[in-house]
Design a protein around this ligand. Structure first.
Ligand SMILES: [Zn+2]
Length: 307
């Protein structure tokens, strides 16, 4: 089973005019990333049908639809509504992560509970800096406890502490993730974008032990790091801690591409020279085990098309 563990999707009203949509909701950080003023945007926009066609072309069985670190609770609800529709319509092809903003208070737990009732499997991407909450305080910690009880993993957007200045560079302190993994060792944490290179700290045996339930996804790697980064991180933490994710429909190979696709990222992983079982783990097995630890899918892709 091939899973892309980090994708995003938007309703057609957003695609039609992302600027007006974001301005009406005051989602200015998101707007700055997807439609930077006076700059070319790498954001791609696709409909549900286009995404399914691109998944088919690359042999992707299932995509995890990640929410966004919206600044406002209402936008979280709006996105969760789109995703509830997507997973209800194509339960074999899409799984959803809930958007939530804990800075609004205890109502944020209800947002997550509602999403869980609708079949969401995780929470995130979260970004405490952009969303204005502390990962060490309630009501966020009530969400963490709910996630543990209900086997929801939590995905965090992570930025490396040093690097190229850009609009997305709002600190995501590594120490916060260590704190969370220490206090809540059962929580399944996914640190996006190869954790902003945090996995190299697992060379420290103390950190490695604490981070045993911490996973890293590969979203947007070609835009962020040199090509050898994935090989290097695999050597440090082992293939079982890496979830393949593209950040589709972000255009992560902009040199020769003006539209998003899944193929180039998969090709890059296949060129790493991994053994077949390692490749299967990276490209889906790890994500499957994380979300459905007691269940193996036996329906293969050819059966899924009828769903
Ligand atoms: Zn991200």
């Amino acid at each position: 089973m091939r899973i892309d563990a980090h994708t995003h999707a938007y309703a057609e009203t957003v695609i039609a005019d992302p600027v007006a949509w974001a301005q009406a909701r005051q989602e200015l950080h998101w707007l700055d990333l997807v439609a930077p003023q006076g700059k070319h945007s790498l954001q791609g926009w696709v409909t549900q049908d286009e995404m399914l066609a691109d998944m088919d072309a690359a042999g992707i069985d299932r995509a995890f639809l990640l929410g966004w670190y919206w600044q406002h609770a209402q936008t979280c609800e709006e996105q969760n509504g789109w995703y509830a529709d997507w997973i209800a319509r194509y339960p074999q092809r899409f799984s959803a992560f809930a958007s939530v903003n804990p800075s609004v208070g205890s109502g944020s737990l209800d947002t997550v509970k509602r999403a869980h009732d609708r079949g969401f499997i995780g929470i995130g991407e979260m970004h405490a800096g952009v969303q204005g909450f502390s990962v060490r305080e309630r009501p966020w910690l009530a969400i963490v406890e709910f996630a543990i009880e209900n086997n929801m993993s939590i995905n965090f957007h992570v930025t490396e502490p040093v690097g190229r200045p850009h609009a997305g560079r709002i600190p995501t302190p590594f120490a916060d993730f260590q704190w969370l993994a220490t206090e809540y060792p059962e929580l399944k944490i996914i640190l996006s974008h190869l954790g902003g290179l945090l996995p190299f700290y697992e060379l420290n045996p103390y950190v490695k032990k604490i981070f045993r339930n911490v996973f890293y996804d590969t979203a947007a790697l070609p835009l962020l790091y040199q090509q050898q980064v994935l090989r290097s991180v695999l050597d440090v933490v082992g293939v079982e801690k890496i979830l393949y994710g593209s950040d589709y429909p972000l255009i992560v190979y902009p040199k020769n591409n003006d539209k998003p696709d899944f193929l180039k990222g998969i090709d890059a992983v296949q060129m790493l020279g991994l053994a077949e079982d390692e490749l299967d783990a990276l490209l889906g097995g790890n994500a499957e085990k994380m979300v459905w630890p007691d269940f193996r899918f036996n329906s293969r892709r050819k059966n899924m098309k009828n769903s």
